[in-house]
Write a protein that binds this ligand. Structure first.
Ligand SMILES: Nc1ncnc2c1ncn2[C@@H]1O[C@H](COP(=O)(O)OP(=O)(O)OP(=O)(O)O)[C@@H](O)[C@H]1O
Length: 286
């Protein structure tokens, strides 16, 4: 696997002098090509600041960001971002098809190719046939699918997602998580998702980076050893999922990596034993 994203010694401080506020401190990590990684951290810890630095929107105060070996010093052409607030990122006066085509206008892509790519991207997110509608004619979940299609149409080397499912209902959230995993597998995309939702970080990813309270630093980098094929019910009930979810929760509450791993594994065993005894009881009483 080759390295797609390299973040090295990255720090960012807002303001200066007495008003200086360090949002992220000395972050170093890589994301390999084709990997789906999540960054999870407490509210206000500096997740969006980190994402803005990676996207080239905010120059870091210290350290570097490189995308496929090229130093990031502005928004790279082959990077796309999906934000939480779809209603502000889609243009209400443009059709869905035109919204998806929009960023391609600044690329060396012919009009016909723009149309083809947008149609394909809408198909990938399960929205064939709605290209002629306007965003405000669609549900929230469908609008977020349009945002994802727009990001995919530019065929990014790296797709960044900032709390992408935080504004939709729980059922739609599950559907969009599965959609993200499917697209990543089919396209071999490299995706970095920022979230404060522990379960989502584990369910979605190949790997979870856990951040500390502000100023954010990395407290753990956990591989997710769940099968590639995941299911919203059985995966979330599995011992691996329950253990990892507990480990991330403990780390976010200030536990050391060793304490978090041991306690989470004990708690998962207990929870699964409880589940098994519930099943046995219900069988004997029926
Ligand atoms: N433009 C800014 N100027 C000064 N301070 C800022 C600015 N943007 C963010 N901060 C501060 O930096 C810290 C990190 O903010 P950031 O938005 O990156 O965190 P976050 O983890 O994304 O938050 P949330 O979970 O609430 O979305 C916060 O204390 C915030 O108040």
């Amino acid at each position: 696997m080759s390295t797609m994203l390299e973040v090295s010694g990255l720090s960012h401080t807002y303001g200066s002098g007495e008003k200086a506020h360090t949002a992220v401190r000395e972050l170093t990590f890589t994301v390999e090509a084709g990997q789906l990684a999540s960054i999870v951290g407490p509210s206000g810890c500096g997740k969006s600041t980190l994402l803005r630095c990676i996207a080239g929107l905010t120059p870091p105060t210290e350290g570097t960001v490189s995308l496929h070996g090229d130093r990031v010093s502005g928004v790279p052409d082959d990077l796309a971002v999906v934000f939480q607030d779809y209603s502000r990122s889609l243009f209400p006066w443009l059709s869905v098809q035109k919204n998806v085509e929009f960023p391609l206008r600044w690329r060396p892509v012919s009009k016909a190719e723009r149309r083809t790519r947008a149609t394909e991207a809408l198909e990938q997110v399960g929205l064939s046939g709605v290209g002629g509608k306007f965003p405000w004619q669609l549900s929230g979940g469908m609008q977020q699918r349009v945002s994802i299609a727009r990001a995919l149409a530019s065929r990014p080397a790296l797709l960044l997602m900032d709390e992408p499912f935080a504004s939709v209902d729980a059922q739609t959230r599950f559907e969009l998580e599965d959609l993200t995993r499917r697209v990543q597998r089919e396209q071999g995309s490299t995706i970095l998702v920022v979230t404060h939702d522990i379960d989502e970080s584990v369910y979605l990813s190949d790997r979870v980076l856990v951040l500390s309270k502000s100023p954010a630093s990395i407290v753990a980098d956990l591989p997710v050893a769940l099968p590639a094929e995941r299911d919203q019910i059985t995966t979330r009930e599995s011992a691996e999922f329950v253990t990892l979810r507990g480990e991330v929760a403990r780390l976010l509450h200030g536990g050391t990596p060793e304490e978090a791993a041991t306690a989470a594994s004990d708690a998962a065993e207990w929870e699964l034993a409880e589940q098994a005894s519930d099943v046995t009881e219900s069988k004997t009483s029926s």
